[in-house]
Design a protein around this ligand. Structure first.
Ligand code: SF4
Length: 465
């Protein structure tokens, strides 16, 4: 399972390219397929490349890039084949240059694109960021930035944390439901907006606060200005940020991610106790959950699976035969911990079930007496439409199988998922302020053919009532 993207914006009295690079490195877990940065130096210059941040910028001498404001982006998309498709997306418009970096999905972008085409617009990239950019440019022709962005927000639906540049001005914008994270910080000689607080930490900066859902913030080297454009009563923070996507050392919407994962493990132990010799995390995603499970159950924690960190990602492995062996290449059991022992195997989630099945088979081959699987999220029964790569029900083992059927399929001795109530309790945000779409099948944004959780105030606002 992969997050769509990470975004950053920096305004500083110093040159910003190196700061953006460091911030993107800290956000690397949010996207590994491409990276880019757009920097204003008399005009906006865009630098983009495929791969991890260091690969993407390997031919660029950051010290030679002048410019005191800029934005950056790390990208996840299995479809990306050329740096051109990476972000930021840079547009030349009648109101000047606009650069956009986006984390999320605009669910109605195709309809909006058709409307723009009917008005005579043609598209260079044809992607949702280009649609957003042209709409913004259209509204900016006779409005201030805050009014233009407000008009834009009335048009677009879905999830979005943007960093934006309008010529030499730089902004962060978070959707009215706050589905994706975005935060604000102060760094030496300037300010930063980033997907996660770890990017601020990486620059030795000071976290100021989260960008509020529905808020536009402009940063300059000397400060920031906030425009609160929408105030929807209920939010819809993606619960998976806390369970898996965000880095464990981040703090999102005031909640410490590591502590949340530990609490998830503690609640899992209360909801699904079992008699075992060791609690073993699947590295790295299950580590904090396993620690919590061990703490609450009194069963010792042991690193029974070692990870080879130098294995390339699945899709670039040369043959099917090698791809098949990927789990074995990535994870190796510590025989002295596994052999003859009853194991509680802990992870954050099960999507297709193929990986956990292979890990259980691996543990059994190395002598595990029993393998009890405990999962720190409820069963994923429905797709995500907001930027996570689980887009169809066919991909999801829990969409058409009971928990008992899944247990049999993966060959576990027992299987326990955390309950939705347990999840909510662990995060500490009330249910109406979380997106739980993929575990309840009810979404906070209208999706054709899916159940909708009515967002009354937002609808009225969008309709101009
Ligand atoms: S559907 Fe699931 S993964 Fe997607 S935003 Fe909502 S909670 Fe997050």
């Amino acid at each position: 399972m992969n997050e769509c993207c990470g975004v950053v914006a920096v305004a500083s009295r110093n040159k910003v390219a190196e700061n953006i690079y460091i911030a993107l490195m800290a956000l690397q877990h949010r996207g590994q397929e491409a990276a880019g940065m757009a920097i204003f130096n008399k005009k906006i210059e865009n630098f983009k490349g495929l791969g991890l941040v260091d690969e993407a910028f390997k031919r660029i001498n950051l010290q030679e890039i002048n410019g005191n404001v800029g934005i950056g982006h790390v990208y996840y998309s299995i479809k990306i084949s050329s740096p051109e498709n990476a972000q930021p997306t840079l547009l030349q418009t009648p109101v000047g240059e606009i650069a956009i970096a986006h984390n999320g999905i605009i669910t109605n972008w195709k309809k909006l694109k058709e409307e723009l085409m009917e008005e005579g617009h043609s598209f260079l990239y044809g992607n949702e960021e280009e649609v957003v950019g042209y709409l913004l440019a259209k509204y900016l022709e006779d409005k201030s930035i805050e009014k233009a962005v407000k008009s834009l927000m009335k048009k677009i639906e879905g999830s979005y944390s943007f960093t934006l540049m309008l010529n030499d001005r730089v902004f962060g914008l978070r959707d009215p439901l706050g589905i994706k994270p975005l935060c604000l910080g102060e760094i030496e000689n300037g300010y930063i907006i980033a997907s996660e607080s770890v990017a601020i930490d990486a620059l030795g900066g000071k976290f100021i606060r989260d960008v509020m859902p529905g808020e536009l913030i402009e940063i300059t080297p000397d400060g920031y200005k906030s425009y609160k454009l929408v105030n929807e009563k209920h939010k819809a923070h993606c619960f998976f940020e806390y369970v898996y996507f965000a880095r464990a050392d981040s703090v999102i919407d005031g909640i410490d991610v590591y502590k949340t994962r530990e609490r998830l493990g503690e609640i899992l132990a209360e909801e699904h106790p079992v008699d075992a010799d060791y609690v073993v995390p699947i590295p790295d995603s299950g580590r904090a959950h396993a620690y919590g499970y061990s703490k609450a159950s009194g069963i010792p924690l042991a690193e029974g699976l070692m990870k080879n960190r130098y294995i390339a990602r699945t899709f670039i492995l040369p043959t099917q035969q090698i791809r098949e062996k990927l789990v074995q290449m990535k994870l190796n059991p510590v025989k002295s911990i596994i052999n003859g022992k009853k194991i509680v195997l802990v992870d954050d989630s099960i999507v297709r079930g193929t990986t956990i099945k292979k890990i259980i088979a691996l543990l059994r081959r190395h002598g595990a007496k029993e393998v009890h699987v405990r999962i720190g999220s409820p069963p994923i029964i429905a797709p995500c439409y907001f930027g996570i790569d689980m887009t169809t029900r066919e991909q999801l083992i829990a969409s058409n199988k009971t928990i008992e059927e899944i247990r049999k399929e993966i060959n576990a001795d027992s299987l326990g998922y955390i309950s939705i109530d347990g999840l909510i309790k662990a995060i500490g945000i009330e249910k109406n302020n979380l997106c739980l779409g993929c575990v309840t099948g009810e979404y906070p944004v209208k999706i054709e053919g899916e159940k909708y959780r009515f967002q009354e105030r937002l609808e009225k606002w969008q309709e101009g009532k």
